[in-house]
Design a protein around this ligand. Structure first.
Ligand code: NAG
Ligand code: NAG
Length: 417
């Protein structure tokens, strides 16, 4: 569970409250809850059940006490990944006509992933219920019926045979429909790589504030997973749009604007799948030097696979996942805080990495990253930002996906705007 900085209003309250008052407030809240309990037995059992998640009462903005004209709302996103299912409960605050801000996030994860229940879908229910209980505990009762509830599945379900995946999703949908939250017909789905890249792009630009100020330059997003790699950015020049192959462009409507994004997910060019491909044909060439051997093999693996755009030079990029992990492993950035580097640093690190024992793949991985970035069109002196968190919020696609979902609900409500 993470706390994020509040807006100024709430922060001042937090500083000004003496501890004693806070304790009183806590007892008061507990008392109110106890009262609710006698009235609604169900609610009580729910709050009892979700012992895994802790609340952070001082960061919350209870209904009715928010400043007169700002509106608080919530969104619940289930991230159904290959190894586990995670619930993110986002609290937003919005002034009329302005871009909402994120004021709080709670998350909880459960293992294993949904795909583990492919042969017995009933068994997936208790886990989903447990995570729904966390949401019920976190979101004030009055907000339940207006809070959208969505599940998006990634790699694990994409790999299941279609029929099994659909059965699982149908089961989740039943459980969702029986919950008190706002559940649409599109509440569960499997994302493809482009959806994931675009959602992560929204997250990054929402958190850096560039969606809020239309004149401000947006940032691009580079992600390197195990099985695939994604690149998403907003081209500045129309020419990029015209010269791109059709599958590389996607139109995104959000907050009264249309973004024409360049976004592509390369299946099979994730770090783990690249390792397999690279190791698949190492024999047959005399090893002059390890890095050179790597570079030759990596070049073969990447040949003619990546679409190159000159315009990546002009956009600021944030890079995540294995880009971050590798840079941290060899000390190019701080493992906790992240940092900036230039693309060429990956190649230098690959040449001088002298600790093959600690991780035999480091040299190969760095070489792969270095050449992949060059194939995308990044020059060696291009600065990349490596971040895990922006404004202390972890950057995952889940925030962007729920934000976009809520925005499209609002658009359906008032198609005129
Ligand atoms: C990914 O899915 C979206 C719908 O969620 C669809 O519009 C898009 O065309 C798909 N992209 C690819 C590359 O399959
Ligand atoms: C949306 O954009 C249109 C055209 O740019 C503008 O007239 C309208 O006021 C905007 N609506 C909102 C809610 O910002």
């Amino acid at each position: 569970m993470r706390k994020i900085p509040n807006n100024g209003n709430l922060k001042m309250t937090k500083v000004a409250y003496p501890l004693g008052l806070f304790v009183c407030l806590f007892i008061y809240v507990a008392y109110i809850k106890w009262h609710w309990a006698s009235a609604t037995q169900a609610f009580f059992s729910i709050t009892e059940a979700a012992t895994g998640a802790r609340r952070v009462p001082q960061t919350r903005s209870p209904p009715g006490t928010a400043a007169h004209d700002h509106e608080v709302f919530y969104g619940i996103m289930f991230d159904a990944g290959s190894t586990g299912t995670r619930v993110h409960i986002f609290q937003f605050s919005r002034q009329p006509g302005e871009m909402p801000t994120l004021t709080h996030e709670t998350f909880k994860a459960l293992k294993p992933g949904l795909s583990a229940y492919a042969d017995d879908v009933e068994k997936s229910t208790p886990g989903i219920q447990e995570l729904l209980d966390v949401a019920k505990q976190d979101i004030p009762f009055d907000f339940w019926k207006d809070t959208p509830l969505v599940l998006k599945a990634t790699a694990g379900l994409r790999l299941l045979p279609g029929e099994k995946a659909q059965k699982l999703l149908q089961k989740v949908k039943e459980v969702f429909k029986a919950s008190p939250f706002l559940v649409g017909d599109d509440c569960v789905s499997i994302m493809n790589g482009t959806d994931e890249g675009v959602s992560a792009w929204i997250t990054v630009n929402f958190l850096t504030g560039s969606l809020k100020t239309p004149g401000r330059s947006s940032v691009g997003m580079l992600d390197l997973g195990g099985g695939s790699t994604q690149i998403t950015f907003l081209p500045r020049v129309e020419g990029t749009l015209q010269s791109s192959p059709p599958g590389y462009l996607t139109s995104l409507q959000m907050f009264n604007r249309t973004y024409k994004l360049y976004s592509y997910s390369y299946l099979g060019l994730g770090l783990m799948s690249a390792r397999l491909a690279i190791l698949g044909g190492v024999e047959g060439k005399p090893a002059v030097d390890l890095h050179e051997l790597c570079a030759d093999r990596v070049s073969e693996v990447l040949r003619d696979k990546v679409h190159r755009t000159e315009e990546v030079k002009d956009v600021d990029f944030h890079a995540f996942s294995y880009y971050y992990d590798l840079a941290a492993t060899v000390g190019l950035i701080d493992a906790e805080k992240g940092g900036s580097l230039v693309v060429g640093d990956f190649e230098i690190a690959a040449k001088y990495e002298t600790r093959p024992q600690s991780n035999p793949f480091v040299c190969m991985d760095l070489t792969y990253i270095s050449l992949l970035l060059q194939e995308f069109g990044f020059p060696g002196n291009k600065v990349l930002k490596l971040t895990r968190k922006i404004n202390n919020v972890e950057t995952s696609w889940a925030l962007g996906a729920i934000f976009h979902y809520i925005d499209s609900l609002n658009r359906q409500k008032s198609p005129a705007s």
